[in-house]
Design a protein around this ligand. Sequence first.
Ligand code: GLU
Length: 305
Amino acid sequence: MVTVDNILVEQQRNDVSLNRYSGRFAPSPTGPLHFGSLITAVASYCDAKSHDGQWIVRIEDTDIPRIYPGSEDHILKCLEAFEFESDATIIFQKDRLDIYESVLKDLHDQGLVYACQCTRKMLGSNHIYAGTCRELHLPLEHQAIRVKVHDENICFEDILQGQHCSNLEYDLGDFVLKRRDGIINYQLAVVVDDYLQGITHVVRGADLLDNTERQIYLAQILGYPQLEYMHLPLAMNEHGTKLSKQNLAQALDTAQAPQLLSQAILALGQLPVDLDRPSVMLKQAVAQWDRNSIPKGTEISGFFK
Ligand code: GLU
């Protein structure tokens, strides 16, 4: 169904050349890229290229208050130094807010979202939203916007992690698509852009596994096709927590690109590649890529920095 409000969305989608496999790397500039990000970049790249697919880069920068100064630059410098080439122009989500707003308006016209004035404190200790504002029909301005969910199991078969299910009503309740401060939530932006960019496969860290049912649900109500998911085991630091920007994981050192690339390929359980310039190493990694060799589970054993 194409309404006036989603014409913009449909027009963009028509420009996408739909490949059999289309993957992406979608970092948020909330800190510099670290070794865990490199693992995601390598795996998403090799999986796409070994399936003759395209691989594109998208910068997920809608959460303005969390953007870390200079990290966008560091991401772009790393992509260059590691010789990763996006098959499409790199898009920045902060330039696409009108698209997400038009999707929200469309969902509102269909009665699928509503404004919510509840504060975090009112949610109670389990953080499951009870739908307090569902029938209040509050004006949308200056309020959070939540999407209605139902009592149904949403399940998917992850390529590495197997079956994963969630009942959004019991596990979460109606969830936020736009915050009261006007920030478009990651869940909405990621689903809309994966669709508009013709993405077919999502390869990312297992820390995002629990977000997937929300994204599948949003794609369903928006009439978008279901994607394939592959959630990678996470690189941990010596304290047994995942490498992350919040845990101040070391920024990737672009001067060490071949060495770091070699380590990331090994951490993914793949055959070693010869040290060379990154593009040559990536070519060899693609030729040798074997999903079945990726370590099982949600953590890579060993310590990383
Ligand atoms: N932007 C997210 C992050 O940097 C990744 C989103 C995704 O791959 O779906 O953690």
